[in-house]
Write a protein that binds this ligand. Structure first.
Ligand SMILES: NC(=O)c1ccc[n+]([C@@H]2O[C@H](COP(=O)([O-])OP(=O)(O)OC[C@H]3O[C@@H](n4cnc5c(N)ncnc54)[C@H](OP(=O)(O)O)[C@@H]3O)[C@@H](O)[C@H]2O)c1
Length: 225
């Protein structure tokens, strides 16, 4: 008798926007999804989807999410660090220390803390960590401007973590990638954006097929950091 084990994807921020589309795509591909939102609620109704309450600037909540994975004896094939915040006015270049601390707490420190805690559950040679970055985290952004400094710094640091982790996990065969999704329709991106969350979700699935580790991706191509 053969036992079919479902692959599992852990995806942060599945309540709306890009994260919701990513979760829906993974469910359609037959994955079991452990997702998160700040409330523990998600509009996705699917037997294979469980949504945890997780606020990434709270260590206790991160530890509880990791404990859930341990209690379920789940092996993770995919971790998508999608959840993030953008607090600032898009045109303001000045630094506000409160914004800087809060943005790093979620987009960088909490994301790293969650990732490090989930590493023991990632299947060697068969798993992939995808960090949702941004063109606004890049050093090579065309027409670079001084606006959105807190968010840009938080994503640039996440990019460096991506490269560091890819090197560290190379021997275990665990891949680590960063993705620049472009400008995407969501609460964060607004409805004026030119891309749909489903396009980005498909690009994440594409990344799982024979792509090299340690790169920054955009529209299925490696882009410069
Ligand atoms: N949209 C764009 O144009 C664009 C461009 C470049 C990069 N990105 C990146 O793509 C990712 C998804 O963006 P989006 O546009 O889908 O954003 P969004 O619509 O604002 O959704 C954000 C998601 O993150 C969760 N979240 C918010 N604050 C959180 C916190 N403190 N702790 C844990 N989770 C939290 C939200 O959960 P609740 O519903 O519970 O608040 C929600 O599920 C982000 O990493 C973003 O930086 C987006």
């Amino acid at each position: 008798m053969t036992t079919i084990t479902m692959k599992t994807a852990f995806i942060t921020g599945i309540s709306r926007g890009i994260g919701k589309a990513i979760a829906e795509h993974f469910l359609r591909e037959g994955y079991q999804v452990i997702g998160t939102s700040t409330s523990g609620q998600s509009p996705i109704r699917h037997d294979a989807c469980h949504c945890l309450a997780l606020t990434l600037d709270q260590s206790a909540a991160i530890k509880a999410a990791i404990q859930y994975v341990a209690d379920q004896e789940s092996n993770l094939n995919v971790l998508v660090n999608n959840a993030a915040i953008l607090l600032e006015d898009w045109s303001n270049p000045t630094i506000d220390m409160d914004f800087l601390r809060r943005t790093f707490a979620v987009n960088t420190i909490g994301t790293v803390e969650l990732t490090e805690g989930l590493l023991p559950f990632l299947v060697p040679k068969q798993s992939h960590i995808i960090n949702m970055s941004s063109g606004w985290g890049s050093f090579s952004e065309e027409g670079f401007g001084a606006h959105v400094p807190h968010y840009k710094m938080s994503k640039a640091a996440l990019n460096m973590y991506t490269k560091l982790l890819a090197e560290r996990l190379r021997v275990q065969g665990i891949k680590v990638s960063a993705l620049d999704p472009g400008w995407v329709k969501s609460d964060m991106g607004t409805q004026a954006a030119d891309r749909h969350p489903a396009e980005v979700a498909q690009e994440i699935l594409n990344l799982l097929h024979d792509k090299p580790s340690g790169h920054f991706w955009h529209r299925d191509q490696i882009r410069s950091w």
